[in-house]
Design a protein around this ligand. Structure first.
Ligand code: NAG
Ligand code: NAG
Ligand code: NAG
Length: 976
């Protein structure tokens, strides 16, 4: 190999000599022999991947003679004839490159451009650092990988350095900058004017030295994993024209006070955590052409000084909390071509008419604000418009027919407004460029004439939800390029046509929910398409087996139909599945074990079917599940302990099954669990803390429903008060709990999709369905068990509680006054117990109390009057023979001793005393203070019937109560 290549170069040298002899006679200039050889050798070290469309300049070299100084892409010093420039960008080079490459013999290189080739994931050779004269180095988009070599930071003459967009086929960055760290790079390369490290993995904060790079004009650091806070001084670099920090999620910062000497033309901090305000001084950036702050945390008025930025072409404020009412300053911004005010808090009375001046406007997106008024008719004068999205606002009235003048329109979205009227689909067929149309969720009546035999444009997206359609639009049959089809919430009856299966080859989203479909035209439905990501068939009357989606599906929602049979085994292959909602169908059989292994799953909703057998046992660690809902089935057996691997779980609903187990205190280790619903099962035993003093016990739990089970013992309140989540109210956070809240952006159509958590809880004896749950909502339902003993006063610590239901137990003693501290309570149900004493007047403090029920107890004395108590009716107090006062007809006898509570009932005492007999010796043996003793006993005898009884009677851990317990214990001992 070595000999053959040296022979080869001997021959090359010979050729060089012969040809140069002839050339010498005509030309003065000639490139140097060793550089000629180096270039030829460099060329030969690659495969040239010629493509039809390109003619690589390197192919010209042969025909251009031996004077490499005259070759395409090469230039030489006029005096020394050394090669000083090499531009092989886009030359179809394929192969790797290392430090022994002949390239590094070209020691005089000042300019080197190898961009847009394929270096096959090789490293940037460290010898690059030997080309010490380089002022320009461009290795972008050429499949270099790995660590950027130390040597680069020796190139202190560099003026331009571009290492950007070296990506793998998944568009992930391949290069890393760790050592040299990027501070030493910045320290040495002080002459840099252009630095582009886009998609280089830097993963560290911006180095201080960057502030001293006073020549910097272009700085591209998009998607570098930058961390920490961005130094404001960098904005003030005197020559800076382009600052691009896009997609650095963990980079925070805010805008400085800008000065008029600032030369910024492009300012892009999109998808970072920049926050604060858009300062008034932004109006000083008189050169600004491009401003992008999408998806940051800005929250401010949009300052009218923006009207000063007369060169502005692109303004992207998407997805922040900007507000403002007056946008008259827009009329100055006549160069604007693109305006995205999407997803902010703009509250215009109408779409600002100042936009009418923006005659060059191509894209206008106001989606997701609070804009009222009519659809602006002047918009039809903006004939350059290609993209118009006014969705998710509060526009009223009808669409003007003049929209047909917007001949260039490609996307037209007005979904989610209050627009109305009859809309002729034909109007849109005149817009020959139109590819995406969103009319969903207005009050339109869409009229689609028979268009099947006309050739019409191929749409990419059609959002026609809630358009009063009665039939499946026939023209869709020929729409072979459709990616998004939403026909939800119409009145379409009958069968889902079979051609939709063929069409689904192009579909990403198919939403046919909320219609009256009864079946598929085919009996066994398999979606052949591999592109389908989102299939929604919920709220129809579909029967038969579940349709089989492609294995790549992400979201499969078919709730509230009449699908039956077992879950087909194909679902086990759907490893991308994120949301599976099969709720409220007639499905049966066992829940497949594989469901615990689908590692992408976020939401699994199987509620309201006939699934039986045990729950899957296979919940693997590292899963992403946020919600598991399997309520209203016939599940049996124990709760699988592997559920404790679901570390992301927020919502677990297994209510209304036949699960037989003790209280799953081990779920307390789940750090995010907010809602635990286990009502109407066969759970038994006492509720205790196995390991006392665990700090992470149910740290986020706010809603617990254990009602209608067989729990015994005292109320587990002292256990529950440790749940800080209930005691600390989160403030005025009025957001709803949901597993996800996405805006799909497909072909620039934004489709909002959410999965709000919903649940059923008993409120005033009625099952209440909460379709959405406020984040601050907090509820505890322990009703219909066999809890005994008194309601402990510590219950007053659960300050966040809004719903408390202890009804239908065997509770005795008084209603604690401390309940008056639960000032957020909206419903309090203590009915059907054996409570005695008076209703504490402190309860009149509960200003939000709407439901109050103490019926069927042994309460006595006057009913408190005033406040909310004036609104409660008789049935709140029924079945307490000793109560008096409004609203009951029985008047209170002032100062009558009859109203004092009777001595507490001992009806249970007799039956229990036998058990106590076998037990008390233990207490005597241990013989310390009650609290201590109980701790030990709990540890020793778990899960015996006796223990349960013991817990019921004596497990009280607050000092005052301990004494009580001891006294009662002693009394009983004496009785023995
Ligand atoms: C900075 O450049 C000098 C001279 O080119 C070089 O000797 C030194 O090693 C470089 N420093 C770093 C940290 O690379
Ligand atoms: C935002 O940036 C992160 C990287 O920091 C990236 O993973 C994500 O895809 C970006 N989001 C968008 C919408 O571009
Ligand atoms: C607008 O621009 C003018 C001149 O360029 C400048 O004097 C003025 O201060 C700017 N106004 C604002 C509010 O930035």
């Amino acid at each position: 190999m070595a000999t053959s290549s040296s022979t080869h170069f001997f021959l090359l040298s010979l050729v060089f000599l012969v040809i140069s002899f002839f050339q010498l006679s005509s030309h003065q200039q000639l490139c140097l022999k060793d550089e000629y050889l180096a270039l030829m050798q460099f060329k030969d070290s690659f495969v040239i991947e010629r493509q039809a469309s390109t003619y690589p300049k390197i192919d010209l070299w042969k025909s251009q003679g031996v004077d490499c100084c005259s070759w395409e892409g090469i230039w030489c010093d006029q005096n020394t004839f050394h090669v000083i420039g090499l531009d092989l960008s886009s030359s179809c080079l394929f192969g790797s490159i290392n430090s022994s490459s002949s390239l590094f013999h070209l020691r005089h290189l000042q300019y080197l451009n190898l961009a847009l080739n394929d270096f096959n994931f090789s490293k940037i050779p460290s010898a690059m650092g030997n080309l010490s004269k380089l002022t320009y180095l461009n290795l972008s988009r050429s499949f270099f990988a790995g660590q950027i070599p130390q040597g680069i930071s020796k190139l202190s003459k560099l003026v331009e350095l571009d290492l950007s967009f070296n990506l793998n086929y998944l568009h992930q960055g391949l290069l890393e900058l760790k050592k040299p760290d990027w501070n030493s790079l910045a320290q040495n390369l002080t002459r840099l004017e252009w630095l582009d490290l886009s998609l280089v993995g830097i993963n560290s904060p911006i180095p201080k030295a960057l502030v001293n790079m006073s020549s910097l004009t272009y700085l591209h650091l998009g998607h570098c994993g930058l961390l920490g806070k961005f130094s404001r001084d960098i904005f003030q670099l005197p020559k800076l024209q382009v600052l691009d920090l896009v997609n650095n999620w963990e980079l925070s910062g805010s805008f400085p006070k800008f000065h008029s000497h600032n030369q910024l033309r492009v300012l892009d901090v999109g998808n970072t955590t920049f926050s604060g305000e858009l300062p008034v001084s932004i109006g000083m950036l008189s050169s600004l052409e491009y401003l992008d702050v999408r998806s940051c945390d800005f929250s401010s008025l949009v300052p009218p000084s923006i009207g000063n930025l007369t060169k502005l072409q692109v303004l992207i404020l998407l997805n922040n909390s900007f507000y403002g009412e007056d946008f008259s300053f827009f009329s100055n911004l006549t160069q604007l071509t693109k305006v995205f005010l999407t997803l902010n808090h703009f509250t215009f009375n109408e779409v600002p008419s100042s936009f009418a001046n923006l005659i060059h406007l191509k894209s206008l997106n106001l989606f997701g604000n609070q804009i009222t008024g009519h659809f602006p008719s002047w918009i039809t004068n903006l004939t350059d418009l290609r993209y118009l999205d006014l969705g998710y606002n509060m526009l009223q009235g009808s669409l003007p027919s003049s929209i047909s003048r917007l001949k260039n329109l490609e996307t037209f979205i007005v979904s989610y407004n209050n627009l109305s009227g009859i809309v002729e689909f034909d109007t849109f067929l005149e817009l020959k460029s139109l590819k995406s149309l969103g009319l969903s969720h207005n009050n339109f009546s869409l009229v689609i004439k028979a268009t099947t035999n006309r050739t019409i444009q191929k749409f990419k997206g059609l959002g026609l939800a809630s358009c009063n359609l009665n039939e499946f639009p026939e023209f869709l049959q020929n729409q072979s390029e459709l990616n998004v089809l939403v026909l939800a919430s119409n009145n379409i009856h009958g069968q889902i046509p079979s051609w939709i299966m063929n069409m689904s080859a192009s579909l990403w989203i198919l939403d046919l929910s909320h219609n009256n479909f009864t079946s598929f035209e085919e009996s066994f439905v398999v979606f052949p398409s591999t592109s389908l990501l989102y299939l929604v068939l919920s709220f129809n009357f579909l029967r038969g087996p579940l349709p089989i989606p492609p294995p790549s599906i992400l979201y499969y929602l078919v709730s509230r139909n009449m699908f039956s049979g077992k879950i087909p085994s194909q679902f086990c292959k759907m490893t991308s599945l994120q949301v599976l909602d099969l709720s409220h169908n007639n499905l049966s059989g066992m829940i497949p074990q594989c469901f615990g292994k689908l590692s992408s799953m976020l939401v699994l909703n199987l509620e309201g079917n006939n699934f039986d057998g045990p729950m899957p046992e296979t919940w693997e660690s590292g899963n992403k599940l946020k919600a598991i809902k399997m309520g209203q089935n016939i599940l049996q057996g124990r709760l699988p302990r592997s559920l404790s691997n679901c570390k992301m779980l927020e919502f677990l609903d297994l209510g209304n099954n036949k699960i037989k187990d003790t209280f799953p205190s081990w779920l307390g280790a789940l750090p995010k669990l907010r809602i635990l619903i286990l009502h109407s099962n066969r759970l038994y035993g006492t509720i205790s803390i196995k390991v006392p003093k665990t700090d992470f016990l149910f740290p986020k739990l706010r809603i617990i429903d254990l009602s209608d089970n067989g729990f015994v013992g005292t109320l587990p309140i002292d256990f529950l008060v440790r749940w800080n989540a209930i005691t600390d109210l989160d403030g005025q956070n009025a957001t709803y709990l949901r597993a996800y809240n996405h805006y799909f952006m497909l072909n620039l159509i934004i489709i909002p999709y959410q999965f709000p958590y919903s649940m059923t809880i008993t409120n005033k004896g009625r099952k209440m369905e909460y379709a959405k749950i406020l984040e601050v909502f907090s509820a505890m339902d322990l009703s219909s068990n066999k809890f005994e003993g008194e309601i402990p006063e510590v219950i007053g610590n659960l300050k966040g509680l809004q719903l408390l239901n202890l009804s239908n137990n065997i509770l005795v003693g008084p209603i604690p006054r401390t309940l008056g501290y639960l000032t957020n309570l909206e419903a309090l149900d203590l009915s059907q117990n054996r409570l005695t004493g008076r209703i504490p007047t402190q309860l009149t403090r509960l200003n939000f109390l709407e439901v109050f029920n103490v019926s069927h107890n042994h309460l006595t004395g006057p009913i408190p009057q005033g406040q909310q108590f004036d609104t409660f009716e008789n049935d709140s107090f029924d079945g307490n023979s000793g109560l008096c006062g409004m609203p009951l007809s029985r008047k209170c006898d002032c100062c009558n001793s009859k109203d004092l509570p009777p001595p507490s009932s001992t009806s249970k005492g007799n039956e229990d005393s036998g058990l106590l007999a076998k037990f008390s010796w233990k207490l005597v043996l241990l013989g310390y203070g009650c609290g201590f003793l109980i701790g030990i006993v709990i540890g020793n005898i778990a899960f015996t019937r006796k223990h349960e009884w013991f817990m019921k009677t004596f497990r009280i851990s607050y000092p005052r109560r301990q004494r009580e317990g001891c006294e009662r214990l002693n009394k009983r001992k004496q009785r023995r």
